[in-house]
Write a protein that binds this ligand. Structure first.
Ligand SMILES: [Zn+2]
Length: 172
């Protein structure tokens, strides 16, 4: 839970008549990170859409899919998004009438105008999108652990004393 990012009623943002700003610093429950999530976020009610802009960064610890080792990865995003305010997704006519929307493609989100906007959820979703599809620790990845073991068995034990220690542990 990041302090200060409580959900806010969309009606409240409408009455405000100006963008609301949040500064972000803290850890998300749903996305554990090594460093706090830092950045800023703003939301502006523009009648039938909510304009949300954010700039966020953090560092997460991931597990490499190949060597299973842990590595740190920076996540960074700068996003702006229009969220349709309506009980149902906008029709083509709605979209054509709205100047804001014709500027931006890919409007998918939709919020009930009587409901809340949850800045913390927005932060989570946008950082989550930055997670790599494939976790790879980098160019120096030693490769899958099984293959490494095979290589060690093929060479003389004396080559690397660290491996002989491991081998001794395996023996009863
Ligand atoms: Zn790796």
């Amino acid at each position: 839970m990041i302090e200060g990012l409580e959900p806010v009623a969309l009606q409240e943002l409408r009455v405000l008549g100006a963008p609301r700003h949040w500064s972000v610093e803290g850890h998300l429950d749903q996305l554990p990170s090594l460093t706090p999530v830092r950045g800023q976020l703003s939301a502006e009610h523009r009648g039938n859409v909510l304009m949300v802009e954010g700039e966020l960064s953090t560092i997460v610890t991931l597990r490499c899919d190949r060597c299973l080792g842990q590595f740190n990865q920076q996540l960074r995003c700068t996003s702006s998004e229009l969220i349709w305010l309506g009980e149902a997704p906008p029709t083509q006519d709605d979209l054509q009438e709205s100047e804001d929307i014709s500027e931006i493609e890919g409007l998918v989100e939709c919020l009930d105008p009587r409901g809340d906007f949850d800045p913390q959820q927005w932060v989570f979703e946008h950082l989550n999108l930055q997670l790599p599809v494939v976790n790879h620790c980098g160019e120096h990845c030693p490769g899958p652990p099984l293959r490494r073991e095979t290589v060690v068995n093929e060479v003389d034990e004396a080559i690397d004393p660290r491996w002989s220690v491991l081998r001794n542990l395996q023996q009863p």
